[in-house]
Design a protein around this ligand. Structure first.
Ligand code: ADP
Length: 797
């Protein structure tokens, strides 16, 4: 709206009575109002064109329902406004855009024409005179102005240019029309205003509309403020609550922290630590208090403190040094092993006199399953000490013995300290299993750490990297075990007293099974003696056909197996006592796993029986030699190690250098190849002790004299034919006995060791102690020595 618009005179006497009608939708046009209109309806376009050709005047009247496309006269309000077309533009789509200005109000009296557009007869509006006393009118106008200001203050009155006009307008009629245009009234309300004749009444209506509007705006604002206040309030509350939470957490944490430190302090006090340790522990508690409770470092300190607290710094058991009791316990738990038991009792005797445990460390050496560990347990039981077993098998890293420094992630103490903690006392029987399996590599040497552990001069202050504080190991009684002595580093070996435990004979195993394993397994499986019985043939069959070992570990397992089956049968309602016999063992254990080592069926040329020591006990080995045309080569097969190969070479050299004595012509060596094979090729074999066996097989091959099938032999051979000492005598003898051998040829130097072999094992065996090969060969042939006869020899080739 422009000021110019407002300046158009209200009254124009030349307005004609008849005008084309333009029905308008959604708007009520007031006098003096300038409105743009789009005209699209055919009839309206005609009306506009008509007007343009004549007076440019049209009658504008609002449709009652704006959606009606072609309103009937009854659907059009009768009161409207005559307007001048100020501008007309025809749009490209045929529609017309008009700019109109309202002139005066008029009333449709009648419709004169309806096609092509409505033409109406009009009656002009006579504006009545204002009858209100000036003062009241003034008051009303002032009120209205005030209201406008209010509305403007809400930012709701858009026509800013109208404001100065309104401020000076005194005519209630124009004032109300002007304001009405901008109030955003509904069609009905606007039409009602238009039709209100009395200007004062109209202004009052406008005023009451404005009052309502102001109420609404005020309320809206209040709601807004309130809503904002609500949000502010809830935000504030949220912040406060958060703050409170933080404070509470802090307070609680503080409480928890102090509770935690208190608990730690109490535990430290109760742990009766040495003074130095206690000081360190207190230092750590203090450090912890200063740290965030959830930090990783705090967690580390906590774990460390727990270790310090749980270590048995001064917890000890009282030793029972009653020798009779010790003997009784050892006998209760173990069959045989008399020498070992005797040695243990002696050891305890010395300890009880000296009142210290600073004797040498015992080292039980022997194949698996011979009772090394269980002896350790018995000693602990006899002395009333705790028992811990720590396996050193496969330990390569010094840190496994001594722990990692706490700066490492996930650091822990080494196995020694862990074992002590597990024992819960500072004087347990500490068994270090498989000390021969400790390896050395780039991660440091575990055996040097072990030296410190085992050395009575040093171990009163053993330092574990994790604990970082010395722990007194001097009251611990260490016992080590090994399968073999050789791999144990010498400095360690020197600190230990080696006690050998060899394998058991069949009879010993039967006795162990009967007296120990079967009753133990029965108790373990809840089977009563009245429910199961083993006869001797049954036990023997288990030993011979289901186990091949020096000890009794697998025997124990097979017996357990039978117990499980028996228990099941009992539960399933089997009546009577189950008797395990040689004939029915298969029903429990399935087909046999091993065939007993059988002797060769007959004396054979080129096959000699040797004896080997293996970590699992002794075994017999067959050495086969054969000869074929060739150029004097020697092939060796059967997965032999270097030492064994060299020993084969030595054996061959011995035979070659003695060909005369043996009656062998030189030809075989230059014209033939010799092949020595040791069956069970998958099993690696090494060591020099098969030397005399290989020499015997070669001598037999080259002389054609068969080797006695019931002779087994072991010994190293020199180039000159001397027979040298070997180890593992008891295992080898046991293996020979198991295999049904009658004569055992051993190096003379081993004669002294025969004591080791119990009389019942020796029974039925003939021992031959050989100084050199001739003794061996004499024993190995039925014709007192190997001597080739020309006939035999040529016959073979
Ligand atoms: P190792 O430590 O030598 O490998 P273990 O001590 O583990 O062998 O022995 C295996 C099982 O055999 C244990 O149940 C043990 O009680 C039993 N055992 C071994 N030797 C005997 C024995 N002489 N008398 C009774 N039981 C034995």
């Amino acid at each position: 709206m422009s000021d110019a618009t407002l300046a158009v005179p209200l009254d124009r006497p030349e307005v004609p009575d008849t005008l084309p009608l333009l029905p308008v939708r959604d708007i009520v046009v007031f006098p003096n109002m300038v409105v743009p209109l789009f005209v699209g309806r055919e009839s309206s376009i005609h009306a506009v064109r008509f007007a343009m050709e004549h007076s440019r005047l049209v009658m504008l009247a609002s449709q009652k329902v704006s959606s009606t496309e072609s309103p009937q006269p009854s659907e059009i309000y009768t009161t409207g406004t005559i307007a001048t077309v100020m501008r007309m533009i025809t749009l490209s789509d045929g529609r017309i855009k008009l700019l109109l200005q309202g002139m005066v109000k008029a009333k449709i009296v009648s419709y004169l024409q309806s096609v092509p557009f409505y033409t109406v007869r009009l009656q002009k509006w006579d504006e009545p005179k204002v009858t209100l006393p000036d003062i009241e009118l003034h008051a009303l106008i002032r009120l209205v102005r005030g209201q406008i200001e209010r509305i403007i203050s809400f930012g709701r009155f858009p026509v800013t240019k109208a404001i100065p006009v309104i401020e000076h307008m005194e005519d209630p009629s124009r004032l109300s029309d002007l304001i009405a245009q901008h109030l955003g009234l509904t069609m009905e309300a606007a039409q009602d205003l238009l039709e209100t004749v009395d200007p004062v009444a109209r202004l009052k209506k406008v005023s009451s509309f404005m009052a309502k509007e102001i109420d609404i705006l005020t309320m809206q604002q209040e709601i807004q403020v309130e809503a904002k206040g609500e949000i502010d309030k809830s935000q504030r509350e949220y912040f406060l609550r958060e703050q409170m939470k933080a404070i509470q957490k802090e307070l609680n944490d503080g409480d928890e922290r102090s509770l935690e430190s208190k608990e730690f302090r109490e535990k430290i006090a109760a742990a009766s630590m040495p003074k130095k340790v206690e000081e360190e522990a207190e230092k750590q508690v203090k450090r912890m208090e200063k740290m965030h409770p959830d930090s990783a470092e705090t967690a580390n300190i906590r774990t460390y403190l727990e270790w310090l607290i749980e270590m048995p710094w001064s917890k000890e058991t009282q030793d029972k040094l009653d020798l009779a009791l010790a003997e009784k316990v050892l006998n209760e738990d173990h069959y045989g092993l008399d020498k070992v038991k005797e040695r243990i009792v002696e050891y305890l005797a010395v300890c009880s006199i000296k009142k210290t445990m600073k004797g040498p460390i015992l080292c039980f050496v022997g194949p698996p399953g011979v009772g090394k560990t269980s002896l350790g347990r018995s000693i602990a039981r006899a002395m009333g000490r705790e028992f811990v077993l720590v396996s050193l098998g496969g330990v390569h890293d010094e840190a496994e013995i001594r722990g990692h420094r706490r700066t490492y992630i996930g650091a822990l103490p080494g196995r020694i300290i862990q074992g002590i903690k597990q024992a819960g006392t500072k004087n347990p029987i500490f068994m270090l299993d498989e000390i021969d399996k400790v390896g050395t590599d780039f991660r440091g040497d575990p055996s040097s750490a072990l030296l410190e552990v085992l050395d009575p001069k040093q171990n009163h202050a053993f330092s574990d990297h994790y604990l970082g504080l010395p722990f007194d190991l001097s009251k611990v009684m260490f016992i080590t075990t090994a399968n073999q002595i050789d791999p144990i580093p010498t400095p360690l070996k020197d600190r230990m007293e080696i006690i050998h435990l060899s394998g058991y004979t069949l009879e010993e195993k039967v006795a162990i099974a009967r007296q120990f394993l079967i009753p133990q397994q029965m108790a373990e499986h809840g089977v009563l003696p009245a429910q199961v019985r083993f006869d001797n043939a049954g036990i023997r069959k288990i030993i011979a056909h289901y186990t091949r070992e020096a000890g009794v570990r697998n025997l124990e397992r097979e017996i357990a197996h039978i117990m499980r089956k028996t228990a099941r049968k009992i539960v399933e309602g089997a009546l009577g006592r189950q008797v395990i016999t040689g004939a029915n063992v298969g029903n429990f254990l399935g087909t046999s796993k091993f065939q007993p080592e059988a002797a060769v069926e007959k004396d054979t040329v080129g096959i000699a029986t040797g004896l080997a020591w293996t970590p699992t006990g002794g075994d017999i080995i067959r050495v086969e030699a054969t000869m074929m045309r060739g150029k004097g080569g020697l092939s060796l097969t059967g997965n032999l190690g270097d030492v064994m190969k060299e020993s084969a070479q030595a054996a061959l050299s011995y035979i070659r250098s003695n060909e005369k004595a043996l009656g062998i012509s030189p030809n075989p060596f230059s014209e033939n190849d010799i092949h020595i094979h040791v069956p069970s090729g998958a099993i690696p074999k090494d060591g020099p002790s098969a030397g005399i066996t290989m020499a015997t097989a070669l001598a037999s091959l080259l002389t054609g004299v068969p080797v006695r099938r019931d002779v087994a032999m072991t010994g190293e051979v020199t180039l000159r034919g001397r027979v040298l000492q070997i180890g593992g005598l008891k295992e080898k003898v046991l293996a020979a006995k198991r295999a049904g051998m009658k004569i055992i040829v051993l190096p003379k130097q081993n004669e002294k060791d025969l004591d080791e072999i119990p009389p019942h094992v020796q029974k039925g065996l003939k021992f031959v102690f050989a100084n050199d090969m001739s003794d061996v060969l004499t024993a190995a042939s039925r014709q007192s020595g190997f001597k080739a006869t020309p006939r035999r020899h040529s016959g073979r080739l």
